[in-house]
Design a protein around this ligand. Structure first.
Ligand SMILES: [Zn+2]
Ligand SMILES: [Zn+2]
Length: 244
């Protein structure tokens, strides 16, 4: 008789066991191990210290020193998207939690990031659908994990907005953006995305983990608008405080 066990099944069982254990444990702070606040893995002291982004460019969410209609960069070159929502800035502990999700598949860090986005978002115009910035299949296979999709699933649930992963797709693999300057970033992304024109919603919020220069989300927004979407907003957990 063959008593061998399918390793995929074992992995699944292990995942379910971990999920159950997590849901039964009282919240604890993922940053300092103190008891967490109600239903969130963060303590009150760490919550107070979060690098929030209260005064920002309404178009691209760049942190500003005083409120303005748009930042210098958006005035110089109007972005294709309407507004950007980035309730946090990309400093510690956000810059610690995002890589934990992205490179170590730490779903507890992902849950916390989605929860932080949810609890810190100001009033917004409700989009018809939430669309994650797609990761190319080759990179997905290499990394085995799509952080924007994981965050989008959780945020769609929090905000009760339909998640659509069938609208925006990668058409070809592109080099990692972080090693390129602004011009190279734009060239690298040309024709990188395609939009499926069937059953398009009017108003889309595009979701990504972090916005740095905004080149990727701009290219996605451009493709969606060209396909027939009427309005695109950008939702990210955190904005890098830099000007292009
Ligand atoms: Zn803490
Ligand atoms: Zn701006």
């Amino acid at each position: 008789m063959d008593f061998s066990v399918n390793p995929n099944l074992l992995e699944k069982v292990d995942g379910i066991r971990k999920m159950l254990a997590w849901s039964l444990l009282p919240p604890h702070c993922l940053l300092c191990d103190q008891p967490g606040m109600a239903a969130i893995d963060l303590c009150e002291a760490c919550w107070r210290e979060l690098p929030r982004n209260p005064v920002a460019c309404p178009r691209c969410a760049l942190p500003l020193s005083a409120p303005a209609m748009a930042c210098a960069s958006c005035i110089r070159r109007e972005p294709p998207f309407q507004t950007s929502l980035a309730p946090l800035q990309y400093y510690a502990p956000i810059s610690i939690l995002v890589p934990r999700l992205k490179f170590h598949q730490d779903l507890a860090a992902g849950r916390l990031l989605a929860e932080l986005f949810h609890r810190n978002t100001p009033a917004f115009d409700r989009p018809d659908a939430l669309v994650p910035v797609p990761l190319h299949l080759t990179r997905l296979r290499k990394r085995g994990f799509d952080q924007a999709l994981e965050l989008a699933k959780m945020i769609a649930k929090h905000k009760a907005i339909p998640l659509r992963t069938d609208i925006l797709l990668r058409s070809r693999n592109t080099a990692a953006q972080s090693y390129l300057d602004a011009g190279q970033r734009r060239r690298n992304l040309r024709n990188a995305f395609i939009a499926d024109r069937r059953n398009l919603p009017r108003h889309i919020a595009l979701l990504d983990d972090v916005m740095t220069t905004g080149t990727t989300v701009s290219e996605c927004a451009r493709v969606l608008l060209k396909a027939g979407v009427k309005r695109v907003d950008i939702w990210v957990i955190a904005r890098v405080a830099m000007s292009v």
